[in-house]
Design a protein around this ligand. Structure first.
Ligand SMILES: Cc1cc2nc3c(=O)[nH]c(=O)nc-3n(C[C@H](O)[C@H](O)[C@H](O)COP(=O)(O)OP(=O)(O)OC[C@H]3O[C@@H](n4cnc5c(N)ncnc54)[C@H](O)[C@@H]3O)c2cc1C
Length: 380
């Protein structure tokens, strides 16, 4: 019997796990190992985000991420249905709520551009007047909005549990507490050195194909393997939660501010999570470290301002800091980054997935497909 092909994937976030499943479907004679430095799956950015399965309306239509998000979103929804993942169809309202003329003009222009973008992407949407908005969310104050019904939120913990089970059923081995420290390129093989985050023990794994899905740490992993060209600029997004009775002011719909397509962030929005929490956020702050720190909490003022545009009755005492996540940005300035999925020149068996920020959760299965389609074109 032919030797099994060893595929190593670094990172058990949603992108690493979705890619592992796709590789398993594509190569029937492969031994697939996922190396994860933490003790559980989806423990970093894939857990601490808005959990929205996006339509793609916020992305400029010429980017790889705008091609992958709608396809990936469809498959993620199917995966959730078939694997009892907690998720809910919420729809999304993107609304103009400025009280001053200059702000309102900007927002209306953004809505117009989003609508044009939706046509290019073939998305169904409805334009809603103030009264139309009140019909779907009676407590939301806004003047005009566009409503997309094909938007969902997923519970990240439930998704992680289902992905773990699917990987185990597919014979994929996930090694926890395996912090990748160094990667040595031999002729047809990579030796991947890991240090146990618990005991400090060093272990070596071998892979003839390696996929770097290490999120905000993907530049460090790429450098360790001899590809120093990447740099990640972590950008932190925090959330507050509405506590008490006012958490039911939004019944179901996701409420987003009107920002134009291609804006680097989607703005502070209101998310009713799959578990029924009402979140406000995320903000966007550049962050020096590759590690988050929940003890550092931005005061609530900017979150309250963002939320009060839609829910004027909120006060600071209704809010409690919830969590934060790190975006893996490849660009320190303004402007929208695209996903980088690269089979390295002269070393195509090392595949770097870098800058997988929003909508990376939505696109994850399509990212996996994109990687395995590269296997075919590189003759693996
Ligand atoms: C605030 C915020 C909101 C967002 N909202 C949405 C949204 O609503 N919808 C959407 O589609 N997307 C959203 N995103 C984007 C989405 O969360 C990410 O694109 C996605 O989670 C990236 O997944 P990943 O697997 O690449 O990264 P991660 O989840 O970070 O996984 C990388 C894994 O690699 C591991 N790792 C790193 N270094 C090593 C090492 N040396 N050795 C071993 N393991 C290592 C890490 O521990 C981690 O588990 C949001 C992101 C943020 C920050």
């Amino acid at each position: 019997m032919a030797n099994k092909r060893k595929v190593v994937i670094i990172g058990a976030g949603i992108v690493g796990l979705a890619t592992a499943l796709k590789v398993g479907q594509r190569l029937d004679n492969a031994e697939i190992t996922v190396l994860e430095r933490n003790h559980e799956v989806l423990s970093e950015t894939s857990r601490y985000n808005s959990g929205v399965i996006h339509s793609g309306i916020h992305q400029k239509s010429n980017l790889l991420k705008s091609r992958l998000a709608p396809r990936g979103g469809q498959e993620l929804i199917r995966f959730c249905e078939e694997n009892d993942v907690r998720f809910r169809r919420t729809g999304m309202l993107i609304a103009a709520a400025s009280r001053d003329l200059a702000g309102l003009t900007r927002e209306l222009s953004s809505l117009y551009r989003l609508r044009k973008n939706s046509r290019r992407l073939n998305l169904k949407l409805h334009v809603l007047s103030r009264y139309g908005i009140e019909k779907i969310e009676p407590n939301i104050r806004a003047l005009l909005g566009i409503y997309l019904s094909e938007v969902w939120v997923v519970d990240q913990l439930s998704l992680g549990a289902a992905l773990l089970k699917a990987c185990q059923n597919a014979g994929i081995s996930i090694v926890f507490e395996a912090n990748v420290q160094n990667i040595v390129r031999c002729r047809n093989l990579y030796e991947i050195y890991t240090k146990s985050s618990k005991s400090g023990a060093i272990k070596v794994f071998e892979g003839s194909i390696v996929v770097n899905a290490a999120g905000v740490n993907s530049d460090t992993i790429a450098s360790a393997a001899g590809f120093p060209r990447y740099k990640i600029y972590p950008c932190r997004g925090e959330y507050y939660e509405v506590i008490g009775e006012k958490s039911s002011l939004v019944s179901n719909t996701l409420i987003y501010p009107a920002l134009p397509p291609g804006h680097p962030v989607k703005g502070i929005h209101l998310t009713k999570t799959a578990a029924g929490r009402l979140l406000i956020g995320p903000n966007a702050k550049s962050w020096e470290s590759k590690f988050d720190n929940f003890r550092i909490q931005t005061p609530p003022a900017e979150f309250l301002d963002g939320a009060k545009r839609f829910l004027p009755e909120l006060t600071e005492s209704d809010l409690k800091w919830a969590y934060s996540g790190l975006r893996a940005k490849t660009n320190p300035g303004v402007g929208e980054d695209d996903f980088v999925i690269r089979f390295e020149a002269h070393h195509p068996h090392f595949i770097n997935l870098v800058g997988i920020e929003s909508p990376g959760l939505t696109a994850s299965f399509a990212i996996g497909d994109y990687v395995v389609s590269g296997f075919s074109s590189h003759g693996f």
